[in-house]
Write a protein that binds this ligand. Structure first.
Ligand SMILES: Cc1cc2nc3c(=O)[nH]c(=O)nc-3n(C[C@H](O)[C@H](O)[C@H](O)COP(=O)(O)OP(=O)(O)OC[C@H]3O[C@@H](n4cnc5c(N)ncnc54)[C@H](O)[C@@H]3O)c2cc1C
Length: 407
């Protein structure tokens, strides 16, 4: 039985970030990840993530940002949101807040690779991969984790960072409340006739929102949310027909669609765990919550979970308390569950308000968007939330990085 202080199951972005944060404080951490790290494997995930400024701060604090920045993320400076039914419009510009950008568009693979290197360079962290957790045994002040190759690990705390389906959440007996959105997101990379102007674009259509996210090579990553019944038809359209349909749906804001890559579909489901913690175990990231992707917040919320949990665990150790006790872990749950629920409910509300063709609601939406657009303070508040800088931030996300003056 190998002994650790914390065992994290799931070495995706959220689990790896939590491991780096705890490892930096000198804790002995094990990461159990089912997938082998293979740099030569073809990338099957064509999604690009919108990463908030709060997540950037966390990556900087964990010293993985330089590796991410070296891979040319696209810093977007503006956001343009408009409604297909009404004529409301909302525009965000980072200059208004004196910030260099609102966030970044990135390949998830780049973040995962930077964090994996981060794990390897920390002597306090041991990675078990490929390996899966198949059983958990409660053992008083410890919890035992049994791997699929029958190795056994023990620690005073297990963190489930094993994604939306979370086998560990099931082993822990934590239930979830979930609901199908009856929508799927079609994801693809596209090249448009006109430059994207480093702007994240979102048009609300009656079937769901359509986002064009700018990429460093001049292309855009699209996330087109459609009623579930329409997705297969759109996936199988001939390329020219798809370009025409997409151009129309986007109101030709960037001219014609001239080229596109493979299309994939992601069925959407909202899910929230009934509890984030029990004695000796905590859930983080998608294991705790999955959220509508319309504002690109899923992994950003998960990173805030990882930072908050690490802070709570480290505080408990400094105060001589048991990091795996329910009392310690409840502080994490109180901190994050309310914020996550608020964001999930806000996304649900926006999705419901905009995903319909009612002319009456169209008028309400237009007035709402225009009101926010014309009220400076309210617009700035929305911008700060979109950048991940609203709410009660963990210390790792609070430190503002002041850029060095250029030589
Ligand atoms: C269409 C779409 C677009 C999105 N766009 C954005 C965006 O722009 N910005 C954003 O912030 N979020 C976005 N998201 C959300 C984002 O994809 C998720 O929030 C994120 O992947 C969650 O990360 P995670 O580390 O919690 O879980 P995952 O990424 O699911 O990682 C879980 C890890 O656990 C491992 N694992 C699973 N079971 C076991 C086991 N038994 N033992 C060991 N390891 C195990 C898996 O191999 C995996 O590596 C989007 C989602 C969708 C569907």
């Amino acid at each position: 039985m190998e002994q650790f202080e914390v065992i994290i199951i799931g070495g995706g972005i959220v689990g790896s970030a939590a491991a780096c944060a705890l490892g930096d404080a000198g804790m002995r951490v094990a990461v159990v990840e089912a997938r082998a790290a293979r740099s030569d494997a073809p990338e099957r995930d064509s999604r690009r993530y919108a990463i908030t400024r709060a997540s950037e701060r966390i990556f900087r604090a964990l010293e993985v940002w330089d590796a991410i920045a070296a891979e040319d993320p696209c810093a977007f400076t503006d956001m343009e949101v408009w409604d297909a039914v009404g004529n409301g419009r909302l525009h965000f510009d980072c200059a208004e807040l004196g910030e260099p950008c609102l966030g970044y568009i990135l390949e998830p693979r780049i973040i995962t690779a930077a964090l994996r290197t981060g794990l390897q360079t920390r002597s306090t962290v041991s990675v078990f991969s490929p390996a899966s957790c198949t059983a958990l045994n409660s053992a008083g002040t410890h919890i035992e984790v049994i791997l699929d190759d029958e190795r056994a690990l023990a620690a005073s705390l297990v963190v489930a960072a094993d994604g939306a389906r979370s086998p560990v959440r099931t082993l822990l007996g934590i239930d979830t409340r979930s609901r199908d959105y009856d929508q799927s997101s079609l994801v693809a990379l596209v090249r448009t006739d006109e430059p994207h102007r480093n702007t994240a674009w979102q048009r609300f259509l009656p079937g769901g929102p359509l986002a064009f996210l700018p990429m460093a090579n001049g292309w855009c990553s699209i996330v087109w949310t459609l009623p579930a019944a329409d997705i297969n038809g759109m996936l199988s359209l001939a390329e020219d027909d798809f370009h025409a349909a997409l151009g129309t749906a986007f109101d030709h804001r960037l001219g014609a669609i001239v080229e596109s890559g493979p299309r994939t579909a992601w069925p959407l489901r909202r899910q929230h765990a009934g509890h984030y913690v029990i004695e000796r175990a905590a859930l983080v990231g998608d294991a705790a919550h999955t959220i509508h992707p319309l504002a690109g917040q899923g992994v950003n919320l998960g990173l805030l979970d990882a930072a908050a949990l690490s802070e709570v665990v480290l505080d408990s150790i400094h105060q001589g308390r048991d990091p795996g006790s329910l009392r310690t872990l409840r502080r994490y749950e109180r901190w994050r569950r309310g914020d996550n629920l608020l964001m999930m409910s806000a996304m649900d509300g926006i999705n419901r308000l905009f995903s319909n063709a009612s002319p009456l609601l169209g008028q309400v939406r237009s007035r709402g968007l225009d009101a926010v657009n014309h009220a400076g303070t309210l617009r700035q508040l929305f911008m700060r939330h979109a950048m991940g800088l609203g709410g009660d931030l963990p210390a790792l996300a609070r430190v503002r990085q002041v850029p060095l003056p250029s030589a």
